[in-house]
Design a protein around this ligand. Structure first.
Ligand code: GDP
Ligand code: ZN
Length: 363
């Protein structure tokens, strides 16, 4: 078994004994362990015990978009070479996938190994519980534990109103913690920090929900603004690494990639239905309610393909997209999920204890 101490520099990036076990065979090959902090056109930046390394991803299955290395992956990198190659990535615990809406039928992987999907919901505007539900569904689908953060709590006039808002959201998201916070006053940030210290998080939510402000408050610096400025430069003049994955000062890791923002991109299931509405209409006439349109008798979809009214290619990409969605669900292994949840509960309890302690209460 690999000694943990050799990898202690990776701990702030979320390295644990289980990753060490997964990495052991690569370690004995002399490969270097690291976490992908950014991907960019066939290259990636990897945080390793020897600092940040640029590596080429061509070696790891470039043809399947679900298997492309992404931010958050743990990888085994060659110790030298020009270019130096990523040789493998460790099995993902969770994955955020975008199913592409239009021409391309494959899903696109956006981030991997995320423990907490923090859904930012602004209290400055009227609550849209439907939107909250969509974000939370998306979070569950990835395998991450959703956490709802009600931002801009300082704008709510009184505690009773805030209490009602929290209850409304809690009812819309059973099993999900709802934490009111204010980046302006710092209220609730310590509880959130305690929760997030236990793993890797992403921030989801509508534009204007306060994600950047929250990220900066958690990071204790205007990192997100700084990054945005660099991104806009676009001329490669900044040699400094732009990181989409950052270690939080209070523990834990925050991933923020451009593609991870905004719900429009995210409606995986409804997306499939919308894009292939004609197939779903046909399917309503299949003899069997749960027809898979493969070889079932009385399948209206296959009949349409036979008669030429539905192009076979269309059915193929529909199937492919459904498969991608199933793969996401398959990733969300039940055991893993309950482990994450248990861990989260512990963190939540610790966070509450910290809060109580801060208030000087006995508990
Ligand atoms: P993003 O689009 O989700 O990244 O949202 P931003 O972080 O850019 O914030 C949107 C707006 O909300 C900005 O004008 C912020 O100043 C404001 N905002 C963010 N957090 C708070 C807060 O805790 N309290 C108040 N009153 N305003 C906030
Ligand atoms: Zn059918």
């Amino acid at each position: 078994m690999t000694s943990t101490s050799a990898f202690s520099a990776l701990a702030p990036y979320g390295w644990d004994d289980a990753w060490a076990d997964e990495f052991a065979p690569y370690d004995s090959e002399g490969l270097i362990a690291g976490r992908v902090i950014r991907v960019d056109r066939g290259q990636c930046d990897v945080a390793t015990t020897d600092g940040v390394m640029r590596a080429d991803t061509a070696f790891v299955t470039p043809h399947d978009p679900m298997r492309v290395v992404c931010t958050g992956d743990w990888v085994a990198v060659e110790p030298e070479g020009n270019p130096r190659y990523v040789r493998a990535y460790l099995p993902r615990r969770t994955a955020f996938v975008r199913s592409t809406s239009s021409q391309r039928s494959e899903g696109q992987i956006l981030a991997a190994n995320i423990d907490y999907a923090v859904v930012a919901v602004s209290l400055a505007v009227e609550l849209d519980l439907g939107r909250v539900e969509r974000f939370v569904a998306l979070a569950w689908e990835s395998g991450a534990q959703p956490v709802i953060v009600l931002t801009k709590a300082d704008l709510v006039p009184d505690a009773a109103t805030l209490g009602h808002l929290v209850e409304d959201v809690e009812r819309a998201a059973p099993g999900v913690a709802v934490l009111p916070v204010s980046a302006a006053t710092g209220e609730g940030l310590d509880v959130l920090e305690a929760v997030l210290s236990g793993g890797t998080s992403v921030l989801l939510g509508q534009s204007g929900a306060g994600k950047s402000t929250l990220a900066n408050a958690l990071l204790g610096a205007d990192v997100m603004d700084v990054q945005a400025t660099r991104d806009m430069d676009g001329k490669g003049r900044h040699t400094t690494t732009t990181r989409n994955l950052l270690a939080l000062p209070g523990g834990g890791v925050l991933i923020d990639t451009p593609g991870l923002r905004g719900v429009g991109l995210w409606d995986a299931e409804t997306g499939v239905g919308q894009v292939f509405s004609e197939i779903e209409e046909l399917a309503a006439d299949c003899r069997f309610h749960d027809c898979a349109h493969v070889a079932e008798p009385g399948c209206a979809v296959l009949t349409a393909v036979d008669s030429g009214t539905l192009p076979e290619r269309r059915l193929d990409s529909y199937r492919k997209l459904l498969r991608e969605n199933q793969r996401i669900v398959a990733k969300t292994d039940a055991r893993l999920r309950s482990e994450i949840r248990r861990d989260w509960k512990r963190k939540g309890a610790e966070g509450r204890a910290a809060m109580e302690l801060k208030r000087g209460r006995q508990f």
